[in-house]
Design a protein around this ligand. Structure first.
Ligand code: 4AD
Ligand code: MG
Length: 490
């Protein structure tokens, strides 16, 4: 009945309407133009049903047409993965699954998709990782990447509201901020025939920057310099670690948020970190309900297929719990006591049994604390100085530093941070002890020479947070094109 009505409304060069907009504000009888990719096509005797998605929202738009309206060639070209422009009229849907649909009047094929690898069935995440360039077209990944966007936006919002300055720290650097030596070298030296010094070693003085340089492992040291002038700053950018970790929680290239605050002590810093995490989780619950709902269902399905005795909460409950309940706070010393007395330690099922104070906490210990003992996020403070970086503030006891890690169920370490050593002599002594080259860090020491103040900061791994929020178990599935040992495809 809308055929003629539609023709009267037809306009030339009609503006494209996004499906998200259309599903919320379109009116019955309105003539519109949509563009997107075909998810499925079903042809019955009297009707063609096309599920069209344009990435603006998780839901597809149902497009209907009589087969006689389409040429044989057009009908053939409409297949999963092909892209279309459809003009037509919004009508009330006869189907149960949706309220409205588009009665297509004019179909233009934008791109065909012959032998399209994504079929309308469930594909494994491993398979989808091999075609990462196409996984944006799936419901799961479109939801994950819309949430990744929402969190990134909310991070800026959170800090902007609190008058923090967004600071762009360098990606190429000459310093190893974490002192762990896990850096990717950046060079223009001809590696087949490098310039050499008299002793045979490579002469980096002839390299592009006149010194040896790498990709940054953290913007913290530069952020400290900025905080000792701007007071409250944060960085948010790509971070690189050449650690040979083949785990579901490590990337060689990941995104880190690093706030750095003058006049904050460790307690202030833990409070800021907790409110940031709660704000971001709450933001996603409020702003991305449809995407979260899909991921929630996904997690439920995955859990029902797993034969496990460990009871985990459904995704939405996990998120609400984090947004509402205060995090647990314990010291490293208390954590060691809990771990020493724990069942897996007594049964010797930890790969690294906990015997003495001073042991570094491994992923298995962190997960035990967050997942089994506390079953919620836990903040651990005051680690032994020997297991932490040189810049952390030494406590009065002479053996611990004012460090904090925030551990999450299912993820492990979400945040690492500390109060910084602002006392020049103590910092210099610590650098000597830990064999940190002070030569290239004179500028950093200047911040302690000139108007030093107590200050603190932390680093939040964006992908670790996304793992928690989306329920995706592998970190490779929350970044568009993951970089891991042996893999830099795309
Ligand atoms: O604990 P990390 O190494 O701390 C720092 O880099 C400090 N400079 C931060 C600061 O105080 N400004 O890293 C911080 C966080 C970790 O807690 C984790 O969430 C994430 O960064 N992270 C990684 N995420 C993915 N892949 C990796 N290889 C990661 N390494 C660290
Ligand atoms: Mg850490």
């Amino acid at each position: 009945m809308y055929g003629n009505f539609g023709a009267a409304l037809r306009k030339k060069n009609l503006r494209r309407t996004k499906i998200k907009e259309l599903l919320t504000i379109a009116q019955i009888g309105q003539w519109i133009c949509v563009k997107g990719w075909v998810r499925t096509k079903r042809v019955s005797k009297n009707m063609v049903f096309i599920a069209l998605n344009d990435g603006s929202v998780i839901r597809n738009l149902q497009v209907v047409a009589a087969p006689t309206q389409l040429s044989e060639a057009t009908l053939q070209s409409i297949s999963p993965g092909s892209s279309l422009c459809v003009e037509g009229v919004i009508t009330t849907s006869q189907g149960q699954a949706q309220d409205i649909e588009l009665k297509g009047e004019k179909f233009t094929i934008l791109g065909t998709a012959i032998n399209y690898p994504l079929q309308p069935k469930k594909h494994s995440l491993e398979f989808l990782r091999e075609i990462a360039h196409l996984r944006f077209r799936t419901s799961t990944f479109s939801a994950v990447f819309r949430i990744r966007h929402a969190i990134s936006y909310a991070i800026h919002h959170f800090f902007h509201e609190r008058d923090f300055v967004y600071l762009h720290t360098p990606i190429i650097t000459g310093i190893d901020a974490e002192g762990a030596g896990e850096m990717f070298q950046v060079t223009t030296i001809n590696t087949a025939k490098p310039p050499r010094q008299i002793d045979g070693s490579i002469d980096f003085g002839q390299d592009f920057f006149g010194q040896k340089t790498s990709l940054t492992v953290s913007g913290q040291l530069e952020a400290e310099a900025a905080a000792l002038g701007l007071a409250e700053v944060y960085t948010f950018g790509p971070t690189f670690r050449a650690e040979n970790s083949h785990t579901t929680r490590h990337l060689a290239e990941f995104w880190m948020v690093e706030p750095e605050m003058a006049f904050y002590d460790l307690t202030d810093t833990v409070a800021l970190a907790e409110s940031l995490l709660k704000y971001l989780v709450r933001f996603v619950i409020d702003q991305c309900p449809n995407d979260l709902d899909l991921l929630h269902q996904r997690v439920l399905e995955a859990q029902s297929q797993k034969h496990t005795t460990v009871r985990t909460l459904p995704l939405l409950e996990r998120l609400k719990l984090v947004a509402e309940r205060p995090f647990h706070r314990i010291t490293y010393t208390e954590a060691i006591t809990i771990l020493k007395d724990s069942k897996p330690n007594k049964k010797e099922s930890f790969t690294y049994p906990i015997r003495d104070w001073g042991a570094g906490l491994q992923a298995e210990h962190e997960r035990y604390l967050a997942e089994q003992h506390f079953q919620q996020p836990v903040v651990i403070t005051d680690y032994p100085s020997d297991v932490k970086a040189f810049y952390m503030r030494q406590n009065e006891d002479g053996r611990t530093v004012a460090a904090m890690d925030i551990l999450f169920p299912g993820v492990g370490e979400m945040i690492g941070g500390s109060q910084r050593e602002e006392r020049l002599e103590k910092l210099v002594a610590r650098m000597q002890q830990m064999h940190v080259d002070a030569g290239s860090l004179q500028w950093y020491l200047d911040t302690r020479r000139f108007g030093t103040v107590p200050h603190s900061g932390f680093g939040l791994g964006l992908e670790r947070l996304l793992q928690f929020v989306t329920g995706m178990e592998n970190i490779r599935d929350v970044i568009p094109f993951p970089r891991t040992p042996g893999n830099a495809s795309f």
